[in-house]
Design a protein around this ligand. Sequence first.
Ligand code: ZN
Length: 641
Amino acid sequence: MTTEPTHLPLPLSSDWLEWVGERGEQQLALTRSLVEGLRNDPPSEPLEVLRVWNDAQTALSNAASVGSLFSEVHPDPAVRERAESVAQQVQKLDTDLGLDTGLYAVLAGIDASGLDADAARVLERTLRDFHRSGVDRDEAARDRLRELSEREILLSQEFSKNIREDVRSIRVTPDQLAGLPQDWVDAHPVDEDGMVTVTTDYPDVVPFRTFAHDAQARRDLVTQFLSIAWPANDRVLQDLFAARREHAALLGYASWADFDAEVKMIGTGAAIDEFIDRITELSTASAERDKDVLLARLRRDRPEAIDIDGADVAYYSELVRKEDLAVDAQKVRTYFPFEAVRQGLLDVTGRLFGLEWTPVPAEDARTWHEEVATFDVSFGGERIGRIHLDLHPRDGKYKHAAQFDLVRGVAGTQLPEGVLVCNFNRGLMEHDEVVTLFHEFGHLVHHVLAGGTEWVRFSGVATEWDFVEAPSQMLEEWAWDPEVLATFARDAEGETIPAELVRAMRRADDFGKGYDARTQMFYAALSYDFHVRKTDDLTARLRELMGRYSVFPYLEGTHMQCHFGHLDGYSSGYYTYMWSLVIAKDMFSAFDRGDLFDPEVAGAYRDKVLAQGGRRDAADLVEDFLGRPYTFNAYAAWLAE
Ligand SMILES: [Zn+2]
């Protein structure tokens, strides 16, 4: 008898601390006992060995999900701390398993000849992981690798914590708020000293640098923003890069970038360097043209200006869009009340992928915060997973936008559950936020649709890292389509967003795509370079790379490396974002722009790309969907448009 897997029951609000600890301990203990069985008394059938290994990996991923999610989102600092300790234990066990020679001997001894394609791939990937963890190195090297891995985890956690907890602010007079939307001003009352506090959290800093007329106040806030976690994280980064360099060298790689790229579509570190240069070259003409427009507009206010930097770029981009491209962001946002957008997103993605989202009433879905909304997901009448949307900022919460796993789906064992963690306005949303919501939802749909596999190794967003962003970047296109937006974007009078306005928004968004690409390549170069070349002064090196790759000059007194969270998560692979965009544009070219809901194309994409998870190489999934290998053509055409 098998019972249908169900969702993970979450605790009552008073029991969280205990629950997080128990869930972590339980799943870690299960992992350990399954592995011990494998090591000491392995099944005789090769497939059975893999199945036990799969169960152990599933349990470990369950502990990992609880640790990483709740250390970032739980409102209670004690729960966050407990979750962080679970995450540390997971990482430690994962490292131990990767260096477990007895376990390795059992798995490496499997006769693969009778395995089907999926099982053979699980084995091949598992053995590659073992090799990359250094299990075939001598004992001294293995000990050192273990130390380094533990050190890297602690440094990563310290890096994120420093960013998360360093909320800075400036104090301004009420008249320095001129230019900001009225609802934003209303939400920032004047204190007893007659001043207003503006913080470096996204819902403050994004509108402020975009709309505030006061140039000095903008500069002050952006300077604070680009100095978050300075100087604490400068040392953390140096230690992290040093640990990674030694780590890669011990495994026999020429650099951390080579080690990291081996398991990506791109293949080698040198190819990253080439890719950055290729995109830099492709985008230069477009970048220079649009930057000249910004500078000309700035000179109307400041005739002596010879260049434009990060304190002014967002403001003048917005001004050019408003004056020359006739898009008023404050008008645009009246069409995007949060509740309507969230429902619209569910309707659009439901129709596109044939999915049904059923709200789970609060009394049935305990969550970690009252603002979290929970939905069950069905496909063809069958329940295939659950999602949680945690979309507004609060103290101590993760500051960016990302999808987290709560449970990775395994056929017959556990339903996939995913969580969106974002920091959106509660009232009217900026269109940028709507695009981000669609983007992150692309990851969530991927997590759920690929959650029906037998092998946890391939479940959810288990594809190569430089492909991960392609499905989410492609889904952004739906947030730019007039017909799609017309299904939910309405203002307080019930007026639907006009198609002409959406087309104008698109033109306005396209403004700056060249210099944005150059900025992205600056970030990519930062992430690559810091990992391949040792430097004593990160800020000086940042300055140099900014000069080479960005078209905007360095902002004096800032240290943006210290809060560039992707230096931890993406390590040397920040290029992946642009790489994924190249693939996303190519995949999108298969859709008919006149009918983005064409069920045949959308269905093929769902089944051949998303639902496959990590079962095949991404290049093969894309080729299967497109009927040809991927190319750079669609991306180059978009840049030239
Ligand atoms: Zn993403």
